[in-house]
Design a binder for this molecule. Structure first.
Ligand SMILES: [Zn+2]
Length: 53
């Protein structure tokens, strides 16, 4: 679950796991593709949490 500023509906929405349509492993984390409440498709980069050395 994460928040997303949707350019289509112009709102900050809470995106739940069941709205996620794709998950792609990325160099910097996970690239999440999801469907917003308004029906628009959006992407969100969930940054990998790097433990402080
Ligand atoms: Zn939206």
């Amino acid at each position: 679950m994460f928040t997303h500023d949707c350019p289509s509906c112009g709102r900050r929405e809470l995106i739940f796991n069941d709205q996620v349509t794709a998950l792609e492993n990325h160099l910097d984390g996970f690239l999440i593709t999801f469907t917003c409440w308004c029906g628009a498709t959006g992407t969100h980069l969930e940054e990998r949490i790097v433990p402080a050395a």
